[in-house]
Design a protein around this ligand. Sequence first.
Ligand SMILES: [Zn+2]
Ligand SMILES: [Zn+2]
Length: 391
Amino acid sequence: MGNPPKKRSDRRSKRKFNGNTFTGPVYEKRRKIDEVREEKITLNASFAKLGIRHNTQPELDKNEDCRPEGFRIIDMELFADFMCSFICPSCQEDKTLTVSEQILNGLASKILVKCTRSNECNFEKKFITSKRISGKSRCYVVKRQFTLAMCAIGRHRMQAERFTTNMDMPPPQTTESWNRHLTVIGKVTETVAEVSKKRAANHARQEEETTSDVTVSCDGTWQKRGFSSKNGIATVLTVDPNGAGCRVVDTEVMSNYCNICSTMKHKLNEQEFKKWSEDHKSKGLCLKNHSGSAGAMEPAGMSKIFRRSVKLRKLRYTGYLGDGDSKSFNAVATADPPIYSNASIDKLECCGHIQKRIGKRPMDKVTQCRSKMYKENGKRYKGIGGQGRLT
Ligand SMILES: [Zn+2]
Ligand SMILES: [Zn+2]
């Protein structure tokens, strides 16, 4: 479990952000354009692969801006009232339409509009609130996209159910269906991530087809705080000296637990389990790829990434930019046999950490002088901080 937050009596009140070198109007504009573009590229790629959105509109329509797309949250009562306000297209009578709904599995519904003058008029029209996926399964887009959205915020079906209950919506699809979508999303995400990482590596390489030496920023993180986490991940990013953005070139997920193994261990006796386990591991189905503490995951993962860098990415990570913790650096720098036969790995100090330390001293001074009074141009000030002064 995570550590409880530290109690600090000297915690200063939250400082307001008043801008820095990256917040000028030009910067802001460029950053926004870049961000939107990046996001669009990755989202479109993922959506197309998931069959959620078809990228088949060749020419931009003139009315493109007016044509709505995506999902909305609608009050169905208002929607039904709206539909009923039309005259019947068949018998041209006013106030004869009724709207009924049939809830399909998941968040999709079938809406049926019918004329009540059943003896004279047989007008009936239905529509389904979600498109179907352009793939083999042909299931509703909303199911897959809702699963994806929940994944994106790190929540699962149980929380999705709580969400829909509180929103007075129909419940999400069954657990089986949910898990099926999760598998697809997992596979697609992996593919898209791999493409993105490869692209980042190509970007970092100075010349095609030759191995380049690059500086990378390395860090690890865990699923849970503290050292009890069963899953951890080591990440390597390229560092761009021009500040054009760092890109992830490689990641390694480390896990010291496999839930299939642990359930089977209870089901089978020792000998059966041994036999099953060999088969399970040889097929590459076991999720456990690390034995040892959670703290040792980052160095182990980092070694793996560095070892495969030349073969996989045609890059040699010769500059290592890490945080204060040097365990991972030691693991790759003093590996036996050495990771790169004719190059050493150098450690670089992150200027962000130095910046942090330099930044902290003046701020401490501001805190110290908080209650002192100062005079400037005849005006009296309390403390030395604040807007237009030392922040
Ligand atoms: Zn009618
Ligand atoms: Zn296993």
